[in-house]
Design a protein around this ligand. Structure first.
Ligand code: FEO
Length: 174
């Protein structure tokens, strides 16, 4: 059954949110690079790529349901950040807001009796648990580190080892 107009509009809006997240994390990556933390920059770049793949997972779903993809303008993300702690705190805040948006989308799918969308969105609900958990851990680690440069450099080396999760959209995009 083709997706209805309400769900199509909601999915298109959410595709835009995922692309914005990709943009935001890429901007954070550039900032981390500028303050000589290449491990954090690498971590944020991977995070950006994962957000791109989240957008594509929804994009493919819309097409599979005979929906129309409408790519909306992507807002400009922040260019400056106060510190790497600020970057990570904003990442956590952003992930929490995305969780709210996903929950809203799921609620809409329930209200519309759209079972296929509910099933598809379950992946995102699970993913948000992981996203919030990881960002929260990194904020806590930075709290522990405080202004100890040696510990920050150690964390930077750790984050440099992050690898890209398997592409959830299966599009070969990442
Ligand atoms: Fe697409 Fe970070 O959630």
């Amino acid at each position: 059954m083709a997706i209805n107009q309400t769900m199509q509009d909601a999915f298109n809006e959410h595709i835009n949110h995922e692309f914005f997240a990709s943009y935001l994390y890429l901007s954070m990556s550039a900032y981390c690079e500028s303050i000589n933390l290449p491990g954090f920059a690498h971590w944020m770049r991977i995070q950006s790529q994962e957000e791109y793949s989240h957008a594509m997972k929804l994009y493919d779903f819309l097409l599979d349901r005979d929906g129309k993809v409408a790519l909306l303008p992507i807002a400009q993300p922040a260019l400056e950040f106060a510190s790497v702690h600020d970057v990570m705190q904003q990442t956590l805040d952003h992930e929490r807001s995305v969780t709210g948006l996903i929950n809203g989308l799921y609620g809409k799918a329930v209200a519309e009796g759209d079972y296929a969308s509910q099933v598809h969105l379950q992946w995102f609900i699970t993913e948000q648990i992981e996203e919030e958990k990881i960002a929260s851990e990194l904020v806590e680690q930075l709290n522990l580190i405080g202004d100890r440069g040696d510990a920050l450099l150690f964390m930077d080396r750790e984050l440099a080892t992050r690898t890209l999760a398997p592409d959830p959209a299966g599009t070969g995009a990442t």
